[in-house]
Design a protein. Structure first.
Lengths: 353, 277
């Protein structure tokens, strides 16, 4: 990040100071990077005590992240961006909209803005998000920031890495996998693909496999998710995934190595299908460049061996390819959005405030 | 020059709802900021070219930029965003909120104490009434002490019905009459008790509601006290809006992309508020 010495000639002087925020509003996690150096992330869960008793017991009006998950039985529980989409029909105060608004407020609070600063935020949204979805996100952000812009999440990742030309971004989240073709101009609709075979679908597949192969085991989706987060890998050689699940009330150890590998591999095929579509529809003269600059980002990119697995599949189906990892998968989108916020001219912010 | 000078602009800018003005019969046309800025820039160019004879395009462009900057500066001075409060302003708001909450808490406490006193009095009164009624009934329904039983005995005597069989009949008759009277009195007593219970429950409900509101006021006060020690935040490293650095290797490409992001967001905003333009 540059030093704050150079002020942009286009902008009006701002006595109060400007805090830029890059926000990645995700199905599973919401992350923020701020121009005061703060970075924070929380699980995208919001809960409201169901009744007076639970309110007294929890001592809070609203709970977020892991704390909300922990007490979800006593809460009116929301994951406002299920499948990467915030549903809102523009009428009245919907439960998910209220939760999304509170989630945005909380992530902004965690960025620690000073009360005398203007807050300008760029929020990354799924590349194929429709008008209603974007409108709902704007509605959710309205109360927490002074000016806000939305941009496609994979584009933010690419912008953050200064990779704006001949690169294919794969942003793997919990709700969606976003693929985006960058070729030196702003990506259009035809440059972007959103898949639903993402982190949550890996959880579903893993649960199915456990049910099939270990019908005696008792488990919840939360347990399945924690197994995946602890052991996720597509590598042939991986750490044995020995987990405990109760059988008829008695804790029992199961080896889920094969099931976790199989579930994690289930996303490779659809991702390479998407890459194939984006590469095949590109100028034939430059297809090889795209193939050799595939950028893997998002929380789901932390699956061990995923880059190699995609490369292998690309070699078989597309004649080769090279996959690069971004250094910080969780904050890649937020960092890119922060960079966009920083670079945006003053008058653009003012016109949207 | 126009025949009459236009009126001076007002010193303060009021925020008025377009719907409200329209409702009052005014014609309302809202303009987006982009439109206003464009009109302003064109007006500056026009005046420079036609009235002042400035033909140098660079000079004209400099004047346009300066005008735009000044415009935004004045605009920013007019309508300070709600978020950009000074710390002193925030303290003042917190102090006022605290005063209001303390007032409403004290009122709620007083009212609660008064209601609890009334409830105690009501309970004592009801208990006294019930005890007195029970004593009257016990007396009225005791055949040995009852006036009614004495009257029956007197009438039997007056009619000369004093043989043992008449006395048995009198005893049976007295038993039947008093059984009916006891049943009827019990019904009346139950109705009375239900009425009293409802009366007490109503008072207790009022007290519970007031106690809940007192608790809310106290909770809000606690929260407000905590707000005194709120994280003052961490200052951004930027005091001014930055913008893309000219020395950035990808400056041209990025500028073009930023414009497109902005335009897409502007379209989104206009679609949200179709009558904004």
């Amino acid at each position: 990040m540059t030093e704050p010495t150079s002020s942009h000639p286009d902008g009006p002087p701002a006595r109060e100071g400007i805090l830029y925020l890059g926000i990645d509003l995700g199905t599973s996690r919401t992350a923020v990077s701020a121009s005061n150096g703060v970075r924070a992330s929380i699980a995208s869960h919001v809960g409201y005590p169901k009744d007076v008793v639970s309110r007294k017991l929890l001592g809070q009006e609203v709970l977020f992240g892991e704390e909300a998950l922990e007490h979800r039985l006593a809460l009116d529980f929301h994951t406002p961006l299920a499948k990467g989409v915030l549903k809102y029909d523009g009428e009245g105060e919907d439960g998910d909209l209220r939760a999304a608004r509170d989630l945005v407020r909380e992530i902004v609070r965690r960025a620690r803005p000073r009360p005398d600063e203007l807050v300008y935020a760029v929020i990354g949204v799924p590349s194929e998000a429709g008008f209603k979805n974007k409108d709902a996100i704007l509605e959710a952000a309205r109360d927490s920031v002074d000016s806000v812009m939305l941009c496609s999440e994979p584009f933010a990742v690419a912008y953050g890495q200064d990779m704006l030309d001949d690169v294919l971004v794969i942003d793997i989240g919990a709700g969606t996998v976003d693929l985006c073709r960058m070729h030196g101009t702003m990506p259009e609709e035809s440059d972007q693909i959103t898949l639903e075979t993402a982190g949550d679908s890996v959880d579903q597949r893993l649960a199915e496999l456990i049910r099939e192969r270990h019908p005696e085991a008792q488990f919840s989706m939360r347990m399945v998710k924690s197994f995946k987060e602890r052991y996720s890998s597509v590598a042939d050689q991986m750490e044995p995934a020995l987990v405990e699940m109760p059988v008829d009330g008695k804790p029992t150890t199961f080896d889920l190595t094969e099931e976790i590998r199989e579930a994690c591999r289930s996303i490779v095929g659809p991702i390479v299908d998407g890459l194939h579509r984006l590469i095949a529809s590109f100028d034939p003269e430059f297809q090889h460049r795209l193939r050799n600059r595939v950028l893997l980002a998002g929380g789901g990119s932390q699956i061990k061996g995923l880059d190699n697995a995609i490369e292998r599949e690309m070699a078989q189906r597309l004649g080769g390819g090279r996959v690069l990892h971004i250094e910080e998968p969780v904050y890649g989108g937020a960092e890119g959005a922060l960079k966009i916020a920083h670079d945006m001219p003053a008058e653009f912010w003012q016109q949207l405030s | 020059m126009p025949a009459h000078d236009p009126p001076d602009p007002p010193d303060s800018v009021e925020s008025l709802s377009g719907r409200l003005l329209a409702g009052q019969g005014h014609r309302v046309r809202l303009l987006g900021r982009a439109t206003v800025v464009l009109a302003l820039e064109n007006a500056v160019r026009e005046v420079l070219a036609h009235r002042l004879g400035v033909e140098d395009p660079d000079l004209a462009e400099e004047a346009v930029i300066e005008t735009r900057e000044a415009f935004f500066r004045h605009l920013a001075g007019r309508g300070r965003p709600a978020r950009s409060l000074t710390e002193a302003g925030l303290e003042e708001i917190l102090a006022e909120a605290r005063r209001r909450l303390e007032r409403s808490r004290d009122e709620a406490r007083e009212r609660l104490a008064e209601l609890e006193r009334q409830l105690d009095e009501q309970r004592r009164r009801i208990a006294g009434e019930e005890e007195s009624r029970r004593r009257d009934l016990d007396r009225a329904l005791d055949p040995e002490r009852s006036d009614l039983a004495a009257e029956l005995r007197r009438r039997f005597r007056a009619a000369g019905l004093e043989e043992p069989r008449h006395q048995r009949l009198l005893a049976e008759l007295t038993g039947l009459v008093f059984a009916e009277l006891r049943a009827a009195s019990q019904q009346v007593a139950e109705l009375e008790r239900a009425r009293h219970e409802e009366e007490l429950a109503r008072a207790e409900r009022r007290i519970a509601r007031l106690a809940a509101s007192l608790e809310t006021a106290e909770r809000n006060l606690r929260r407000l006290s905590e707000a005194r020690s709120l994280d003052p935040g961490l200052a951004s490293i930027y005091r001014e809006v930055q913008g893309l650095a000219d020395e950035d290797d990808l400056a041209d490409l990025k500028r073009e992309m930023l414009v497109k992001i902005f335009e897409a967001n502007l379209r989104l905003r206009q679609r949200r508020r179709p009558d904004d333009e």
